[in-house]
Design a protein around this ligand. Structure first.
Ligand SMILES: CC(C)(COP(=O)(O)OP(=O)(O)OC[C@H]1O[C@@H](n2cnc3c(N)ncnc32)[C@H](O)[C@@H]1OP(=O)(O)O)[C@@H](O)C(=O)NCCC(=O)NCCS
Length: 169
């Protein structure tokens, strides 16, 4: 069974491990394989920092059978009043669990949080144009392409365009 919930400080070690694993499994996250080191201390600091912010959220997907964290979603909001209604989303799921609805559940929970906050109007994200899995997921969830950021991403020395997408609630 998969549980979707807000990250807590006790997740720090498993959260760091999962993020580094996901970095190594795909070319479509911000950091490449082995490019960054995240210690459990770093992860705990970040989780605690986000937990104190009313406009941001870290969700995790936990496999209750194995006690493993298998996915995350970060909704990163903005402090200024003029941007409080907007959150930027980043999401990742371990490859072994792709295509099983984990990301869909993470988005559903995030949207519940966004609606409950009352002030969130806009959810936005960027995705490498070739990242078909993610693109299908976002379009299925109602995110629309607003434009293209040309050559905004570099994978193995090649430039890639990214779509900028958003959903209004
Ligand atoms: C993109 C990603 C988050 C999707 O997570 P997921 O848990 O596999 O997604 P879901 O199972 O909820 O899939 C929902 C939809 O996404 C699409 N999708 C997901 N996996 C797919 C696959 N392997 N092939 C084709 N489409 C796929 C489908 O449209 C699917 O809809 P369906 O259930 O009707 O088939 C995951 O593949 C991932 O972490 N990839 C690497 C990191 C990444 O690309 N992050 C996003 C950066 S913008």
């Amino acid at each position: 069974m998969i549980q979707i919930r807000e990250a807590c400080e006790y997740d720090a070690k498993r959260f760091a491990k999962m993020q580094l694993e996901i970095d190594g499994e795909t070319d479509y996250m911000l950091y490449g394989a082995g490019e960054r080191a995240i210690t459990p201390k770093d992860a705990r600091k970040r989780i605690e920092y986000f937990a104190d912010l009313p406009y941001s959220l870290i969700l995790v997907a936990e496999d209750m059978d194995t006690d493993e964290l298998i996915g995350f979603l970060i909704a990163d909001g903005n402090p200024p009043n003029r941007m409080q209604h907007s959150v930027y989303i980043a999401v990742g799921v371990l490859k072994a669990h792709w295509g099983q609805g984990v990301a869909t559940q993470l988005f559903k929970k995030m949207e519940e949080w966004a609606k409950a906050r009352g002030v969130v109007r806009r959810m936005e994200l960027g995705v490498v144009c070739e990242n078909q899995n993610a693109l299908h997921l976002y379009q299925k969830l109602g995110y629309e392409i607003e434009g293209i950021h040309r050559d905004s991403f570099m994978i193995n020395e090649d430039y890639h365009d990214t779509y900028w997408m958003s959903k209004l609630i």
